[in-house]
Design a binder for this molecule. Structure first.
Ligand SMILES: C[S@@+](CC[C@H](N)C(=O)[O-])C[C@H]1O[C@@H](n2cnc3c(N)ncnc32)[C@H](O)[C@@H]1O
Length: 292
C-alpha cells in the first residue's frame, strides 16, 4: 500500500519535475545563442522556444525513447491489441512505404530498419514480414535536420529515408519541397509523441488519413487528455496552463483518439490506454493501430 501511495504522489508531482528539468535547459540555450550571435532567434519568442525545446529534448528525448520503446517496438510488430501486449503478432507489422510524422532529431529513425523484421514468422501475414521500402520523415524544423541525418546514417537508411522539410500542411505543395507523395499511396503512418505538438491536429490528422492506402495502417503512441476522473481532468488542465510554454508548444489536453475516429472511415480503429496506465497519470497515453 505505501508503494501505491508513493507511486500516486510521484505521478501527480512528476510533471513539475519535468517542467523544472525543461526550465534548466533555458539558460544554456540563451548562452549558446549569445555565443553564436544568433540575435534573430534570441529576439523571436517562437524561435527561442524552438531552440529551448531543442536543448531540452536533446537531453531528455533519448531517455523518453528508451522508456517508450517497450511499447512502441511491439506495437510496430503488431503485438499490441486493445492496449494489451501479446506474445505473438495479431496484426501485420510496419512495411512498405511509410510516413514518420514529426521525426524531430531522429531518435526513432531506427524503427524503420529492416533488422526489426520477424524472420520467424515469414509464412504468416502478421508481424514484420515485409521490408520497409521508403520512409518520408516529416520534420519542418530545420534545426533538427543535422541530427536527423546522423540518425538516418547510423541506421543505414540513407537510401530509404527521405527528410520532408515541411509541415503536414505543405505535403502536397510542390513549391515548398522537392518531392511528392501521392494521396492513397502510403502503406503505414507512424506517429510517436508528436500529435501533441503539431498545430491544428484535427485538420492535420484528416489530411494524413488521405495519404493512407485502403488497407493501410496508422501506428500511434501519443499522450492525450485525462479521462479517468473530473479531478484528474481539472489537474491536467491546470498544469497545461504552463506546460506548452516550457515544452515547445506541447499540449496536454488533446482528445487525439477522437480526432483519429473522426478522420475518416476505418476498417478497424484500435485505440486504447496501454497496459500500465494508472489513475494518477497526468500525461496519459493512447496506443494502437488504425486500419483504413
Ligand atoms: C515532441 S516532438 C517529437 C519528436 C519525435 N517524434 C520524438 O519523439 O523524439 C514533435 C515534433 O513535431 C514537429 N512538428 C511541429 N509541427 C509540425 C507539423 N505541422 N507537421 C509535422 N511535424 C511537425 C516538431 O518540429 C517536432 O520535431
Amino acid at each position: 500500500m505505501p508503494s501505491a501511495i508513493s507511486e500516486g504522489f510521484w505521478g501527480l508531482v512528476g510533471p513539475f519535475l519535468f517542467l523544472w528539468v525543461s526550465a534548466k535547459a533555458l539558460p544554456p540555450t540563451i548562452l549558446r545563442l549569445v555565443k553564436e550571435r544568433d540575435f534573430g532567434t534570441l529576439l523571436s519568442p517562437r524561435r527561442l522556444q524552438d531552440a529551448w525545446f531543442g536543448t531540452f529534448w536533446g537531453r531528455f528525448g533519448p531517455q523518453v525513447k528508451i522508456n517508450a520503446s517497450v511499447k512502441v517496438l511491439p506495437l510496430l510488430d503488431g503485438r499490441v491489441v486493445n492496449g494489451k501486449l501479446l506474445d505473438k503478432p495479431a496484426v501485420p507489422g510496419l512495411e512498405g512505404v511509410c510516413i514518420e510524422v514529426g521525426a524531430g532529431a531522429g531518435y526513432w529513425v531506427d524503427i524503420f530498419a529492416n533488422k526489426h523484421m520477424d524472420s520467424s514468422s515469414s509464412s504468416s501475414s502478421m508481424g514484420r514480414t515485409k521490408q520497409v521500402t521508403r520512409v518520408y520523415g516529416i520534420e519542418p524544423n530545420p534545426n533538427q535536420h543535422a541530427s536527423l541525418r546522423k540518425h538516418i546514417a547510423k541506421a543505414g537508411l540513407e537510401d530509404v529515408y527521405k527528410i520532408v522539410p515541411v509541415g503536414i500542411e505543405d505535403l502536397d505543395n510542390p513549391k515548398k519541397w522537392d518531392g511528392k507523395i501521392e494521396k492513397e499511396s502510403v502503406d503505414c503512418i507512424v506517429t510517436v509523441l508528436c500529435l501533441c505538438s503539431i498545430p491544428e491536429p484535427e485538420r492535420h490528422i484528416r489530411e494524413l488519413y488521405g495519404y493512407l492506402k485502403k488497407g493501410g495502417r496508422w501506428y500511434f503512441y501519443e499522450h492525450v487528455q485525462c479521462s479517468v476522473s473530473r479531478y484528474m481532468k481539472a489537474y491536467q488542465r491546470f498544469i497545461n496552463l504552463f506546460w506548452p510554454q516550457f515544452l515547445g508548444g506541447c499540449q496536454l489536453c488533446r482528445p487525439t483518439g477522437e480526432y483519429f475516429r473522426q478522420a475518416g472511415e476505418w476498417q478497424n480503429a484500435d485505440i486504447a490506454a496501454p497496459w500500465d496506465a494508472q489513475w494518477h497519470n497526468v500525461v496519459p497515453h493512447v496506443i494502437g493501430v488504425l486500419t483504413k
